[in-house]
Design a protein around this ligand. Sequence first.
Ligand SMILES: C[S@@+](CC[C@H](N)C(=O)[O-])C[C@H]1O[C@@H](n2cnc3c(N)ncnc32)[C@H](O)[C@@H]1O
Length: 431
Amino acid sequence: MDVIRALPENIRTRLSQVAAQMGVGEDDLLLSFVGDALDDCEISRQRAAAPEHPSLFPEDEVTEAVPVIEPENSLPFSFIDLFAGVGGLRLGLEAVGGRCVFSCEKDKYAQKTYASWFGEDPAGDVTELSQKGLIPDHDLLAAGFPCQPFSIAGVSKKNSLGRAHGFKDRTQGTLFFHLAEIIDRMQPPTLLLENVKNLRSHDKGQTWNTIQGTLKELGYAVFDKVIDAADYVPQHRERVFIVGFRRDIFGDQPAFGFPAVPEVSRPKLRDILESKPDEKYTLSDKLWGYLQDYAEKHRRRGNGFGCSVAKLNGTTRTLSARYHKDGSEILIPQRNRNPRRLTPQEAGRLMGFPEELVSRKAQVVSDTQAYRQFGNAVVPAVVTAVATHIVAVMREAVVSRSGNGCVLKAKKRRRRRLSKVADELSRRKPK
Ligand SMILES: C[S@@+](CC[C@H](N)C(=O)[O-])C[C@H]1O[C@@H](n2cnc3c(N)ncnc32)[C@H](O)[C@@H]1O
Protein backbone atom coordinates (compact mmCIF):
# COMPACT_ATOMS: atom_id res chain seq x y z
CA MET A 1 0.00 0.00 0.00
CA ASP A 2 1.45 3.41 -1.04
CA VAL A 3 0.30 4.98 2.21
CA ILE A 4 2.50 2.64 4.23
CA ARG A 5 5.56 3.54 2.17
CA ALA A 6 4.82 7.22 2.84
CA LEU A 7 4.88 6.73 6.62
CA PRO A 8 7.90 7.81 8.70
CA GLU A 9 10.32 4.93 9.16
CA ASN A 10 9.81 4.53 12.95
CA ILE A 11 6.04 4.21 12.46
CA ARG A 12 6.51 1.76 9.58
CA THR A 13 8.77 -0.40 11.77
CA ARG A 14 6.29 -0.36 14.64
CA LEU A 15 3.43 -1.18 12.27
CA SER A 16 5.29 -4.13 10.88
CA GLN A 17 6.15 -5.41 14.41
CA VAL A 18 2.56 -5.19 15.65
CA ALA A 19 1.21 -6.75 12.44
CA ALA A 20 3.64 -9.66 12.83
CA GLN A 21 2.67 -10.11 16.50
CA MET A 22 -1.02 -10.17 15.60
CA GLY A 23 -0.52 -12.31 12.53
CA VAL A 24 -2.29 -9.85 10.21
CA GLY A 25 -1.15 -7.91 7.17
CA GLU A 26 0.27 -4.39 7.63
CA ASP A 27 -2.34 -2.92 5.31
CA ASP A 28 -5.20 -4.61 7.21
CA LEU A 29 -3.81 -3.36 10.48
CA LEU A 30 -3.50 0.16 9.16
CA LEU A 31 -7.05 0.07 7.83
CA SER A 32 -8.40 -1.04 11.18
CA PHE A 33 -6.45 1.72 12.96
CA VAL A 34 -8.00 4.22 10.59
CA GLY A 35 -11.41 2.66 11.28
CA ASP A 36 -10.85 3.02 15.02
CA ALA A 37 -9.71 6.61 14.62
CA LEU A 38 -12.80 7.43 12.55
CA ASP A 39 -15.01 5.83 15.22
CA ASP A 40 -13.29 7.91 17.89
CA CYS A 41 -13.83 11.06 15.79
CA GLU A 42 -17.50 10.16 15.44
CA ILE A 43 -17.85 9.66 19.21
CA SER A 44 -16.11 13.01 19.84
CA ARG A 45 -18.32 14.68 17.26
CA GLN A 46 -21.48 13.31 18.89
CA ARG A 47 -20.20 14.30 22.32
CA ALA A 48 -19.58 17.84 21.16
CA ALA A 49 -23.03 17.95 19.60
CA ALA A 50 -24.77 16.80 22.77
CA PRO A 51 -22.74 17.98 25.75
CA GLU A 52 -25.84 18.39 27.87
CA HIS A 53 -26.66 14.67 27.56
CA PRO A 54 -23.61 12.89 28.92
CA SER A 55 -25.75 9.81 29.56
CA LEU A 56 -25.91 9.26 25.83
CA PHE A 57 -22.31 8.15 26.14
CA PRO A 58 -22.30 5.57 28.87
CA GLU A 59 -18.91 4.51 30.14
CA ASP A 60 -19.49 1.36 28.17
CA GLU A 61 -18.69 3.02 24.91
CA VAL A 62 -15.52 4.82 25.91
CA THR A 63 -12.44 3.20 24.46
CA GLU A 64 -9.40 2.89 26.70
CA ALA A 65 -5.84 2.21 25.74
CA VAL A 66 -3.94 -0.77 27.13
CA PRO A 67 -2.33 -1.71 29.44
CA VAL A 68 -5.32 -2.12 31.72
CA ILE A 69 -4.59 -3.49 35.14
CA GLU A 70 -6.97 -6.27 36.05
CA PRO A 71 -7.35 -8.22 39.24
CA GLU A 72 -5.47 -11.48 38.89
CA ASN A 73 -7.32 -14.23 36.99
CA SER A 74 -9.99 -11.84 35.78
CA LEU A 75 -10.74 -9.82 32.67
CA PRO A 76 -13.74 -7.73 31.73
CA PHE A 77 -15.12 -9.55 28.71
CA SER A 78 -18.54 -9.98 27.15
CA PHE A 79 -20.24 -13.32 26.61
CA ILE A 80 -23.49 -14.82 25.41
CA ASP A 81 -25.27 -17.63 27.23
CA LEU A 82 -27.01 -20.02 24.81
CA PHE A 83 -29.18 -22.91 26.08
CA ALA A 84 -28.88 -20.94 29.27
CA GLY A 85 -30.91 -23.16 31.62
CA VAL A 86 -30.72 -21.39 34.95
CA GLY A 87 -27.33 -19.87 34.32
CA GLY A 88 -24.66 -22.26 35.65
CA LEU A 89 -22.30 -21.21 32.86
CA ARG A 90 -23.23 -17.59 33.41
CA LEU A 91 -22.41 -17.63 37.12
CA GLY A 92 -19.09 -19.33 36.44
CA LEU A 93 -18.14 -16.77 33.79
CA GLU A 94 -19.25 -13.76 35.80
CA ALA A 95 -16.87 -14.85 38.53
CA VAL A 96 -13.90 -14.16 36.25
CA GLY A 97 -15.12 -10.81 34.95
CA GLY A 98 -17.56 -11.89 32.23
CA ARG A 99 -20.58 -9.76 31.46
CA CYS A 100 -23.54 -11.45 29.82
CA VAL A 101 -24.80 -9.47 26.81
CA PHE A 102 -27.36 -11.98 25.52
CA SER A 103 -29.07 -15.14 26.71
CA CYS A 104 -31.35 -17.68 25.16
CA GLU A 105 -33.42 -20.49 26.68
CA LYS A 106 -36.52 -22.21 25.34
CA ASP A 107 -38.11 -23.72 28.44
CA LYS A 108 -40.65 -21.32 29.99
CA TYR A 109 -39.96 -22.43 33.58
CA ALA A 110 -36.20 -22.06 33.19
CA GLN A 111 -36.87 -18.64 31.60
CA LYS A 112 -38.87 -17.67 34.67
CA THR A 113 -36.08 -18.64 37.06
CA TYR A 114 -33.42 -17.00 34.87
CA ALA A 115 -35.42 -13.75 34.70
CA SER A 116 -35.91 -13.73 38.45
CA TRP A 117 -32.26 -14.49 39.25
CA PHE A 118 -30.52 -12.37 36.64
CA GLY A 119 -33.11 -9.68 35.84
CA GLU A 120 -33.05 -10.60 32.18
CA ASP A 121 -35.63 -12.35 29.96
CA PRO A 122 -33.75 -14.82 27.77
CA ALA A 123 -34.66 -15.02 24.08
CA GLY A 124 -36.50 -18.24 23.17
CA ASP A 125 -35.63 -20.91 20.66
CA VAL A 126 -32.03 -20.99 19.40
CA THR A 127 -33.24 -22.28 16.05
CA GLU A 128 -35.05 -19.00 15.46
CA LEU A 129 -32.19 -16.72 16.36
CA SER A 130 -30.29 -16.83 13.11
CA GLN A 131 -32.95 -15.03 11.11
CA LYS A 132 -33.56 -12.32 13.68
CA GLY A 133 -30.08 -10.82 14.01
CA LEU A 134 -30.57 -10.41 17.76
CA ILE A 135 -27.14 -11.42 18.97
CA PRO A 136 -24.67 -8.64 19.79
CA ASP A 137 -20.90 -8.96 19.33
CA HIS A 138 -19.22 -10.82 22.16
CA ASP A 139 -15.84 -12.12 23.26
CA LEU A 140 -16.96 -15.57 24.34
CA LEU A 141 -19.83 -17.78 23.30
CA ALA A 142 -21.02 -20.14 26.04
CA ALA A 143 -23.40 -22.99 25.30
CA GLY A 144 -24.43 -26.08 27.23
CA PHE A 145 -26.19 -27.45 24.20
CA PRO A 146 -28.46 -30.49 24.50
CA CYS A 147 -26.98 -33.60 22.90
CA GLN A 148 -29.49 -34.41 20.21
CA PRO A 149 -28.86 -37.39 18.02
CA PHE A 150 -26.96 -36.25 15.01
CA SER A 151 -28.56 -36.92 11.70
CA ILE A 152 -25.93 -37.54 9.12
CA ALA A 153 -28.05 -39.94 7.11
CA GLY A 154 -28.35 -39.15 3.46
CA VAL A 155 -25.22 -37.10 3.28
CA SER A 156 -22.37 -39.18 2.04
CA LYS A 157 -19.01 -38.35 3.51
CA LYS A 158 -17.61 -37.83 0.04
CA ASN A 159 -20.27 -35.26 -0.82
CA SER A 160 -19.96 -33.33 2.38
CA LEU A 161 -16.19 -33.16 2.23
CA GLY A 162 -16.41 -31.79 -1.26
CA ARG A 163 -18.38 -28.74 -0.22
CA ALA A 164 -17.10 -25.39 0.91
CA HIS A 165 -19.48 -25.30 3.87
CA GLY A 166 -19.73 -29.02 4.33
CA PHE A 167 -20.30 -28.80 8.07
CA LYS A 168 -23.77 -27.51 7.41
CA ASP A 169 -24.75 -30.65 5.55
CA ARG A 170 -23.14 -33.00 8.00
CA THR A 171 -25.04 -31.65 10.97
CA GLN A 172 -28.32 -30.63 9.38
CA GLY A 173 -31.36 -30.73 11.60
CA THR A 174 -29.48 -30.69 14.89
CA LEU A 175 -29.12 -28.02 17.51
CA PHE A 176 -25.39 -28.12 17.08
CA PHE A 177 -25.94 -27.06 13.50
CA HIS A 178 -27.71 -23.93 14.68
CA LEU A 179 -24.94 -23.30 17.16
CA ALA A 180 -22.34 -23.70 14.41
CA GLU A 181 -24.26 -21.25 12.27
CA ILE A 182 -24.23 -18.67 15.05
CA ILE A 183 -20.49 -19.22 15.55
CA ASP A 184 -19.89 -18.86 11.83
CA ARG A 185 -21.88 -15.63 11.68
CA MET A 186 -20.66 -14.00 14.90
CA GLN A 187 -17.09 -15.33 14.94
CA PRO A 188 -16.64 -15.01 18.70
CA PRO A 189 -12.96 -15.02 19.65
CA THR A 190 -13.50 -17.79 22.21
CA LEU A 191 -15.95 -20.62 22.85
CA LEU A 192 -16.93 -22.59 25.92
CA LEU A 193 -19.23 -25.53 25.25
CA GLU A 194 -20.43 -28.11 27.75
CA ASN A 195 -22.11 -31.45 27.33
CA VAL A 196 -22.58 -34.90 28.78
CA LYS A 197 -19.50 -37.12 28.86
CA ASN A 198 -21.16 -39.61 26.51
CA LEU A 199 -21.08 -37.09 23.71
CA ARG A 200 -17.61 -38.44 22.97
CA SER A 201 -18.84 -41.98 22.33
CA HIS A 202 -22.25 -41.15 20.87
CA ASP A 203 -22.85 -42.81 17.49
CA LYS A 204 -19.48 -44.61 17.67
CA GLY A 205 -17.64 -41.32 17.96
CA GLN A 206 -19.10 -39.81 14.77
CA THR A 207 -20.97 -37.07 16.65
CA TRP A 208 -17.79 -36.07 18.43
CA ASN A 209 -15.78 -36.06 15.22
CA THR A 210 -18.41 -33.90 13.54
CA ILE A 211 -18.36 -31.37 16.37
CA GLN A 212 -14.57 -31.22 16.53
CA GLY A 213 -14.26 -31.10 12.73
CA THR A 214 -16.86 -28.36 12.45
CA LEU A 215 -15.24 -26.14 15.06
CA LYS A 216 -11.83 -26.58 13.43
CA GLU A 217 -13.35 -25.83 10.05
CA LEU A 218 -14.83 -22.66 11.50
CA GLY A 219 -11.30 -21.53 12.37
CA TYR A 220 -10.89 -22.58 16.01
CA ALA A 221 -8.11 -24.31 17.90
CA VAL A 222 -10.10 -26.79 19.96
CA PHE A 223 -9.42 -28.29 23.42
CA ASP A 224 -11.57 -30.70 25.36
CA LYS A 225 -11.59 -32.48 28.68
CA VAL A 226 -13.95 -34.50 30.81
CA ILE A 227 -14.06 -32.91 34.25
CA ASP A 228 -15.65 -34.42 37.34
CA ALA A 229 -17.36 -31.77 39.47
CA ALA A 230 -16.68 -33.93 42.57
CA ASP A 231 -13.54 -31.87 43.17
CA TYR A 232 -15.71 -28.77 43.58
CA VAL A 233 -19.07 -30.00 44.94
CA PRO A 234 -20.03 -33.21 46.76
CA GLN A 235 -21.41 -34.78 43.58
CA HIS A 236 -19.92 -37.10 41.00
CA ARG A 237 -20.78 -35.29 37.75
CA GLU A 238 -18.61 -35.85 34.70
CA ARG A 239 -19.10 -33.42 31.86
CA VAL A 240 -17.10 -32.72 28.75
CA PHE A 241 -15.91 -29.14 28.29
CA ILE A 242 -14.92 -27.91 24.85
CA VAL A 243 -12.91 -24.71 24.59
CA GLY A 244 -12.20 -22.98 21.29
CA PHE A 245 -9.90 -20.10 20.36
CA ARG A 246 -10.04 -18.39 17.00
CA ARG A 247 -6.78 -19.30 15.32
CA ASP A 248 -6.47 -15.97 13.50
CA ILE A 249 -6.40 -14.23 16.88
CA PHE A 250 -4.70 -16.69 19.21
CA GLY A 251 -2.58 -18.70 16.78
CA ASP A 252 -2.69 -22.41 15.96
CA GLN A 253 -1.51 -23.46 19.41
CA PRO A 254 -2.81 -21.12 22.09
CA ALA A 255 -1.17 -21.70 25.46
CA PHE A 256 -4.33 -23.12 26.98
CA GLY A 257 -4.55 -25.97 29.46
CA PHE A 258 -7.47 -27.20 31.52
CA PRO A 259 -7.23 -26.66 35.27
CA ALA A 260 -5.47 -29.29 37.35
CA VAL A 261 -7.40 -31.04 40.10
CA PRO A 262 -7.65 -28.54 42.98
CA GLU A 263 -5.36 -29.29 45.91
CA VAL A 264 -8.06 -29.05 48.54
CA SER A 265 -9.95 -31.97 50.01
CA ARG A 266 -13.20 -32.88 48.31
CA PRO A 267 -16.35 -31.33 49.75
CA LYS A 268 -18.66 -33.69 51.66
CA LEU A 269 -22.37 -34.25 51.23
CA ARG A 270 -23.11 -33.57 54.90
CA ASP A 271 -21.92 -29.96 54.46
CA ILE A 272 -24.81 -29.05 52.17
CA LEU A 273 -27.66 -30.75 54.03
CA GLU A 274 -30.43 -28.97 55.91
CA SER A 275 -30.77 -29.72 59.60
CA LYS A 276 -34.59 -29.89 59.63
CA PRO A 277 -35.92 -30.69 56.18
CA ASP A 278 -39.69 -30.86 55.71
CA GLU A 279 -41.24 -34.26 56.45
CA LYS A 280 -42.64 -34.42 52.89
CA TYR A 281 -39.19 -35.31 51.55
CA THR A 282 -39.07 -38.58 53.55
CA LEU A 283 -39.98 -41.59 51.39
CA SER A 284 -43.26 -43.34 52.16
CA ASP A 285 -43.03 -47.01 53.21
CA LYS A 286 -44.58 -47.94 49.87
CA LEU A 287 -42.09 -46.05 47.72
CA TRP A 288 -39.11 -47.10 49.83
CA GLY A 289 -40.26 -50.75 49.63
CA TYR A 290 -40.66 -50.50 45.87
CA LEU A 291 -37.22 -48.92 45.38
CA GLN A 292 -35.52 -51.58 47.49
CA ASP A 293 -37.22 -54.40 45.52
CA TYR A 294 -36.24 -52.76 42.27
CA ALA A 295 -32.63 -52.33 43.36
CA GLU A 296 -32.48 -55.95 44.55
CA LYS A 297 -33.83 -57.20 41.22
CA HIS A 298 -31.09 -55.34 39.36
CA ARG A 299 -28.42 -56.42 41.81
CA ARG A 300 -29.32 -60.06 41.15
CA ARG A 301 -29.01 -59.41 37.42
CA GLY A 302 -25.55 -58.08 38.09
CA ASN A 303 -26.04 -54.40 37.22
CA GLY A 304 -25.89 -51.31 39.34
CA PHE A 305 -29.27 -49.75 38.57
CA GLY A 306 -31.64 -48.91 41.32
CA CYS A 307 -31.62 -46.56 44.23
CA SER A 308 -28.59 -45.24 45.99
CA VAL A 309 -28.44 -44.14 49.60
CA ALA A 310 -25.60 -41.64 49.70
CA LYS A 311 -22.75 -41.58 52.21
CA LEU A 312 -22.83 -38.41 54.28
CA ASN A 313 -19.05 -38.09 54.24
CA GLY A 314 -18.76 -38.77 50.52
CA THR A 315 -20.03 -37.58 47.17
CA THR A 316 -23.41 -38.42 45.63
CA ARG A 317 -24.24 -39.88 42.26
CA THR A 318 -25.06 -37.42 39.46
CA LEU A 319 -28.18 -35.34 40.02
CA SER A 320 -30.31 -35.89 36.93
CA ALA A 321 -33.06 -33.77 35.38
CA ARG A 322 -35.53 -36.53 36.34
CA TYR A 323 -34.67 -36.45 40.05
CA HIS A 324 -38.18 -35.18 40.75
CA LYS A 325 -39.68 -38.56 39.72
CA ASP A 326 -38.58 -40.57 42.77
CA GLY A 327 -35.22 -39.15 43.79
CA SER A 328 -33.83 -42.66 43.75
CA GLU A 329 -30.33 -41.80 42.53
CA ILE A 330 -29.56 -39.69 45.60
CA LEU A 331 -31.26 -40.69 48.85
CA ILE A 332 -30.26 -39.23 52.19
CA PRO A 333 -30.06 -41.70 55.09
CA GLN A 334 -32.00 -40.78 58.25
CA ARG A 335 -31.72 -42.35 61.69
CA ASN A 336 -34.64 -44.71 62.51
CA ARG A 337 -36.61 -43.55 59.46
CA ASN A 338 -36.86 -44.19 55.77
CA PRO A 339 -34.38 -42.22 53.72
CA ARG A 340 -35.44 -38.94 52.19
CA ARG A 341 -34.89 -37.03 48.98
CA LEU A 342 -32.84 -33.89 48.71
CA THR A 343 -34.88 -30.73 49.07
CA PRO A 344 -34.69 -28.44 46.01
CA GLN A 345 -32.45 -26.15 48.07
CA GLU A 346 -30.04 -29.00 48.77
CA ALA A 347 -30.15 -29.95 45.08
CA GLY A 348 -29.08 -26.37 44.27
CA ARG A 349 -26.25 -26.52 46.80
CA LEU A 350 -25.18 -29.90 45.47
CA MET A 351 -24.68 -28.06 42.14
CA GLY A 352 -22.75 -25.32 43.90
CA PHE A 353 -25.21 -22.52 43.20
CA PRO A 354 -24.85 -19.56 45.57
CA GLU A 355 -26.95 -19.43 48.71
CA GLU A 356 -28.97 -16.38 47.65
CA LEU A 357 -30.21 -18.28 44.57
CA VAL A 358 -30.95 -21.62 46.22
CA SER A 359 -32.91 -20.24 49.16
CA ARG A 360 -36.64 -21.04 49.35
CA LYS A 361 -37.35 -17.38 48.70
CA ALA A 362 -35.47 -17.48 45.42
CA GLN A 363 -37.40 -20.52 44.14
CA VAL A 364 -40.00 -19.15 41.71
CA VAL A 365 -41.11 -22.49 40.20
CA SER A 366 -42.53 -25.75 41.59
CA ASP A 367 -40.26 -28.31 43.29
CA THR A 368 -40.52 -30.48 40.17
CA GLN A 369 -39.23 -27.69 37.94
CA ALA A 370 -36.56 -26.66 40.43
CA TYR A 371 -35.13 -30.22 40.55
CA ARG A 372 -35.25 -30.39 36.75
CA GLN A 373 -33.46 -27.06 36.43
CA PHE A 374 -30.66 -27.96 38.83
CA GLY A 375 -30.39 -31.45 37.31
CA ASN A 376 -29.85 -29.85 33.88
CA ALA A 377 -27.39 -27.25 35.07
CA VAL A 378 -23.64 -26.85 34.90
CA VAL A 379 -21.64 -26.57 38.14
CA PRO A 380 -20.54 -22.89 38.24
CA ALA A 381 -17.30 -23.61 40.14
CA VAL A 382 -16.09 -25.94 37.37
CA VAL A 383 -16.88 -23.25 34.80
CA THR A 384 -14.94 -20.69 36.82
CA ALA A 385 -11.95 -23.02 37.02
CA VAL A 386 -11.96 -23.55 33.24
CA ALA A 387 -12.74 -19.89 32.50
CA THR A 388 -9.77 -18.73 34.59
CA HIS A 389 -7.53 -20.52 32.11
CA ILE A 390 -9.45 -19.16 29.11
CA VAL A 391 -9.08 -15.65 30.49
CA ALA A 392 -5.33 -16.16 30.89
CA VAL A 393 -5.11 -16.79 27.12
CA MET A 394 -7.49 -13.95 26.28
CA ARG A 395 -5.40 -11.48 28.27
CA GLU A 396 -2.47 -12.13 25.97
CA ALA A 397 -4.56 -11.11 22.97
CA VAL A 398 -5.97 -7.85 24.26
CA VAL A 399 -4.60 -5.01 22.21
CA SER A 400 -6.98 -2.37 23.40
CA ARG A 401 -10.30 -2.46 25.02
CA SER A 402 -13.66 -0.78 25.09
CA GLY A 403 -15.79 -0.65 28.20
CA ASN A 404 -18.02 -3.43 26.85
CA GLY A 405 -15.04 -5.74 27.08
CA CYS A 406 -14.43 -6.51 23.43
CA VAL A 407 -11.02 -7.87 22.56
CA LEU A 408 -10.28 -5.60 19.68
CA LYS A 409 -8.35 -8.08 17.60
CA ALA A 410 -11.68 -9.68 16.86
CA LYS A 411 -13.09 -6.38 15.75
CA LYS A 412 -10.16 -5.92 13.42
CA ARG A 413 -11.13 -9.05 11.63
CA ARG A 414 -14.69 -7.90 11.16
CA ARG A 415 -13.49 -4.66 9.70
CA ARG A 416 -11.22 -6.59 7.39
CA ARG A 417 -14.12 -8.62 6.20
CA LEU A 418 -16.14 -5.47 5.71
CA SER A 419 -13.32 -3.80 3.82
CA LYS A 420 -13.18 -6.84 1.55
CA VAL A 421 -16.86 -6.33 0.82
CA ALA A 422 -16.20 -2.65 0.21
CA ASP A 423 -13.36 -3.53 -2.21
CA GLU A 424 -15.65 -5.89 -4.03
CA LEU A 425 -18.38 -3.24 -4.30
CA SER A 426 -16.03 -0.58 -5.61
CA ARG A 427 -14.63 -3.08 -8.15
CA ARG A 428 -18.15 -3.62 -9.45
CA LYS A 429 -19.09 0.06 -9.61
CA PRO A 430 -19.36 1.22 -13.23
CA LYS A 431 -16.39 3.46 -14.06
C1 LIG B 1 -28.02 -28.83 29.57
S1 LIG B 1 -29.15 -27.57 29.77
C2 LIG B 1 -28.14 -26.15 29.86
C3 LIG B 1 -27.60 -25.79 31.18
C4 LIG B 1 -27.07 -24.41 31.29
N1 LIG B 1 -26.24 -24.04 30.17
C5 LIG B 1 -26.31 -24.09 32.58
O1 LIG B 1 -25.32 -23.41 32.48
O2 LIG B 1 -26.71 -24.48 33.65
C6 LIG B 1 -29.80 -27.40 28.13
C7 LIG B 1 -30.87 -26.31 28.05
O3 LIG B 1 -31.15 -26.09 26.68
C8 LIG B 1 -32.52 -25.72 26.58
N2 LIG B 1 -32.92 -25.90 25.17
C9 LIG B 1 -33.19 -27.06 24.52
N3 LIG B 1 -33.50 -26.81 23.25
C10 LIG B 1 -33.42 -25.46 23.07
C11 LIG B 1 -33.64 -24.60 21.97
N4 LIG B 1 -33.99 -25.07 20.79
N5 LIG B 1 -33.47 -23.28 22.15
C12 LIG B 1 -33.10 -22.78 23.36
N6 LIG B 1 -32.89 -23.55 24.45
C13 LIG B 1 -33.06 -24.89 24.31
C14 LIG B 1 -33.20 -26.67 27.55
O4 LIG B 1 -34.46 -26.16 27.95
C15 LIG B 1 -32.19 -26.71 28.69
O5 LIG B 1 -32.49 -25.77 29.69
